[in-house]
Design a binder for this molecule. Structure first.
Ligand code: NAD
Ligand code: UD1
Length: 347
């Protein structure tokens, strides 16, 4: 059985789906501070299997001890964390406490229970402003410009030191690039709280007139059209990367770092045009000042994961946008819908 912390959230729910589809038993631990348990009901609808769910906090060591005693858990996928950059600047202690101390509490409980296999959600943010593209795993980590990024880098360093101290640990640090999209059914997807900070959730809300227009942060970057370039990756490809990493953990010790990206960068303007094509709706935008802390460009060299995990991102930008749009149309208020919506045909 796999313990999935944060398994009701955006990426976690897609990973739970992928785990169930590959035959794993799953126990989800989530305090629902940024998610709804309806996501897991939808996963059950899709897989025909209801994942077990415990509402609780990853910082609660006694609860973790109880779960590890009660269930035959062999490995942990650790998604539970806070991820809003702006909020992390306003509330740094909450971010360090959840993302760093929460990871430490989890590892302490795992060690007490004799469980040493862990897949950790890291981020390309740990590279900081990397000078050369594409980014390989052996690029030095940079200085993240905000407490969220710092907390991910600190957690990575804690996990590296832990694995160095005890050869029983086998830990995967998965550095995500920019996860977007939704399961192709449109039944599960990203359900941001309040006004979205990230590009695609914001574009979706402009397209359904919940926001008047998109602000493009900066048109004067040293990129081919002046707007920021990122490596967007379909959340189901990301979920599959976790399955591959989990399988690999059974065969190797120590810490391994893998980039999960496509290797292909798209600018904000390219995203806008592709989105307009798929939705058939004009997306009003204006170019405004750069967002503090943003970098010009960032895309992965995913070849290490391709070789070592036999993993490849298979879905293209069209699929990412079409699937996100289907999720948005079927769930205009996210998980606040009472009933599972009907599937919607897109593109
Ligand atoms: P999310 O907010 O949708 O999911 C995180 C889940 O963790 C939520 O369900 C939340 O309720 C839960 N949670 C938070 N604090 C908890 C706690 N103390 N105890 C138990 N549960 C708790 O976010 P996501 O996009 O699915 O991200 C998952 C992980 O991936 C996070 O660690 C995030 O930092 C990391 N990550 C995300 C991105 C991204 O772009 N979405 C990029 C890089 C890394
Ligand atoms: C951001 C975070 C990163 C985090 C990731 C996933 C910052 C500096 N970085 O990455 O730490 O891991 O989200 O949560 O916040 N854009 C617009 N208009 C918008 C929104 C975004 O033009 O309304 C642009 C950005 O300037 C960027 C691109 O779109 O060029 C992608 O932005 P976003 O989706 O927020 O992701 P990142 O900034 O890459």
């Amino acid at each position: 059985m796999i313990l999935v912390t944060g398994g009701a959230g955006y990426i976690g729910s897609h990973a739970v789906l992928a785990l169930l589809e590959t035959g794993h038993e799953v126990l989800v631990l989530d305090n629902l501070c940024n998610s709804s348990r309806l996501s897991l009901d939808r996963v059950a609808l899709l897989t025909g299997r209801q994942p077990r769910f415990i509402e609780g906090d990853v910082r609660d060591g006694a609860l973790l001890d109880e779960l590890f005693q009660r269930w035959p858990i062999t490995a942990v996928m650790h998604f539970a964390g806070l991820k809003a950059v702006g909020e992390s600047v306003r509330e740094p202690l909450r971010y360090y406490e959840t993302n760093v101390a929460g990871s430490i509490t989890l590892c302490q409980a795992m060690a007490r229970a004799g469980i040493f296999r862990l897949v950790f959600s890291s981020s390309a943010t740990v590279y900081g402003e990397s000078v050369s593209m594409p980014i390989r795993e052996d690029c030095p980590t940079g200085i993240p410009t905000n407490p969220y990024g710092q907390s991910k880098l600190m957690a990575e360093n804690v996990l590296k030191a832990l694995a160095d101290s005890d050869p029983r640990w086998s830990i995967a640090l998965l550095r995500y690039f920019n996860p977007i999209g939704a399961h192709e059914s449109g039944l599960i997807g990203e359900d941001p709280n309040g006004t979205p900070n990230n590009l695609l959730p914001y574009m979706l809300q402009v397209a359904v007139r919940r926001q008047p227009q998109l602000s493009i942060y900066g048109g004067d970057y040293a990129t081919h059209d002046g707007t920021g370039v990122r490596d967007y990756i379909h959340v189901m490809d990301l979920a599959q990367g976790h399955i591959c990493a989990l399988e690999r953990l059974g065969r190797s010790a120590g810490v391994s770092v893998w980039n999960l990206g496509t290797g292909q960068g798209y600018s904000v303007l390219e995203m806008v045009r592709a989105f307009e094509q798929i939705t058939g709706r004009a997306l009003p935008y204006r170019i405004v000042a750069r967002r503090p802390g943003d970098i010009a460009q960032c895309w992965a060299d995913p070849s290490k994961a391709r070789v070592e995990l036999q993993w490849n991102a298979e879905r293209d930008l069209h699929a990412m946008l079409a699937d996100a749009w289907r999720w948005q149309l079927s769930n205009p208020q996210g998980y606040q819908h009472e009933q599972a919506p009907q599937a919607v045909m897109v593109g």
